[in-house]
Design a binder for this molecule. Structure first.
Ligand SMILES: Nc1nc2c(ncn2[C@@H]2O[C@H](COP(=O)(O)OP(=O)(O)OP(=O)(O)O)[C@@H](O)[C@H]2O)c(=O)[nH]1
Ligand SMILES: [Mg+2]
Length: 313
């Protein structure tokens, strides 16, 4: 059987479990996950090479994790929606993922409309079935199946890894014959310094509440990969002094806590000692600044780094 390869966009409303699914499929944490909606802001590719098995050909699947579909009310949110549109355009297959434990609501309607309009072949993934009683699954499948001519409807638990083998078999078989797009040791398109900024942002999201997580952005300003040490300096941006005070905490406790948990994960991820410096900076109304939002795009940052020939951001 000919080798298959293609791009597979994972689309869904915030919190449906897209990033959890990407990590589970690729077998490594490349996208951050929190219980807060709108965690993911930029598309991230996760590349998986699968060997031929009895029922399926060998293939390379390039999964694209995307931000959650929502109604945009800021430049940042608009940028996030642009990412989703880009992922819907350049794909061979769409995985529409829904939280099977929640009612199909207006937000899901919006996602479905987008996906329908793209004209893509769609697999519907009913996620979080680990939280659903078995007897409740069938009616859910029936209800969803009426909404669109989905190529497949597959119950999964991204968190527990249930249903993913079935999913992979069907995804590979749905891709066109093609040589691989990427070398077989490449896991993601996201460079390490940006993965580092995401890991830091995850700790900020996990350790702050209310509006602070949404007003926060992280930019790695220095990323120095020495033989035995990784030196990282990163700025945590927020929009107001009051948010800065929360991020720093009494006597700097909060910042220290976030720094420690980020450092520990970074050390595990990169397999070496990490020296991490964090700064909190206020940039009023950055979510409405087209220029700043563009700066947050790691692809743009990468261009700047390459142009200047040295890491200046
Ligand atoms: N019980 C259960 N929880 C899950 C499952 N998949 C994801 N979650 C949880 O759902 C929450 C959201 O997961 P994410 O993977 O960040 O969801 P997302 O769709 O990427 O969300 P955004 O990036 O905000 O759009 C997290 O708390 C996950 O642990 C699952 O299969 N079962
Ligand atoms: Mg996500």
């Amino acid at each position: 059987m000919a080798h298959r390869a293609g791009f597979v966009s994972i689309i869904g409303r915030p919190n449906a479990g897209k990033s959890t699914l990407l990590n589970a499929l690729v077998g490594e944490k490349i996208a951050i996950v929190t219980e807060k909606p709108q965690t993911t802001r930029m598309n991230i590719q996760g590349i998986l090479n699968v060997k031929a098995q009895r029922k399926r050909p060998a293939g390379q699947i390039v999964f694209i994790d995307t931000p959650g579909v929502h109604k945009p009310d800021s430049r940042l949110n608009r940028k996030m929606m642009q990412e989703i549109h880009a992922a819907l355009e350049s794909r061979d297959l769409v995985l529409l993922i829904v939280d099977a434990t929640e009612r199909f609501g207006e937000a899901d309607e919006q996602v479905l409309e987008l996906v329908k309009r793209s004209g893509a072949p769609v697999f519907l993934l009913l996620n979080k079935v680990d939280k659903l009683h078995k007897e409740r699954l069938l009616p859910v499948i029936e209800r969803y199946s009426k909404l669109h001519a989905f190529q497949e409807v597959i119950p999964i638990s991204a968190m527990k890894g249930e249903g993913l083998d079935v999913l992979l078999d069907k995804v590979v078989s749905a891709l066109p014959p093609s040589p691989p797009y990427f070398p077989d040791d490449q896991l993601t398109d996201q460079p390490e310094r940006f993965l580092a900024s995401e890991i830091i942002r995850e700790k900020v999201l996990l350790q702050t509440g209310k509006e602070v997580p949404y007003a926060t952005a992280v930019i790695v300003e220095r990323f120095e990969d020495l033989p035995k040490l990784l030196r990282i300096a990163a700025a945590i941006f927020c929009e107001r002094d009051s948010q800065k005070a929360i991020l720093i905490g009494k006597g700097g406790q909060k910042l220290k806590q976030m720094g420690t948990s980020a450092r520990m994960e970074l050390e595990k991820r990169f397999g070496k000692k990490v020296y991490l410096e964090l700064f909190v900076k206020v940039k009023a109304g950055w979510r409405q600044s087209a220029a700043f939002v563009e700066e947050l795009d790691w692809r743009r940052q990468l261009e700047n780094l390459t142009e200047k020939g040295k890491p200046t951001i």
